[in-house]
Design a protein. Sequence first.
Length: 167
Amino acid sequence: MNKSALKKSVGRRVRIRPIAKRFKGGPGGLPLPPVDDIWIISRHQEDGIWIDNTVTHHGTLLRFDQIYDYLSDSLVGQESGFLNLKAQVNIGGNHLWIEPTLRPGQALPDQFVNVRDWKREDDPLYVQSLLPTPQVRAAMPPAHNNGLGVLLGLCIGIGVGVLIANA
């Protein structure tokens, strides 16, 4: 990877590989399906480049030892590319954290390995599908207050009592 060329890439749009993992609320939160966001290289410094997510506005310094390589991409009319990382970017809530990966550009294993083209607007329905569904209780038939049931119960009770007493 050419560090000086990457430093000159300020303003360039990039997609990162592996795609950033998303979590509802932050670390330890519910994992969400991946979304292939566009990131912008916003500035550089001696030991790395800053990238900012154009949708969520998360940003971080990627140190040069976390970047494996840069590949050009063909987004229409814009200079753009892919950053293959040696690290997994995670975002959730107001948090962004980074973990090492097993191989450059490959995501850490999770349940979303086959999910493609997820849309953020589908998140609420996905989260809702994971919540337990409320159990509907069968309605009890309404009680009739005409006194007939009470009178019948009283008569049966007295009759049984008389039978027992005369036995």
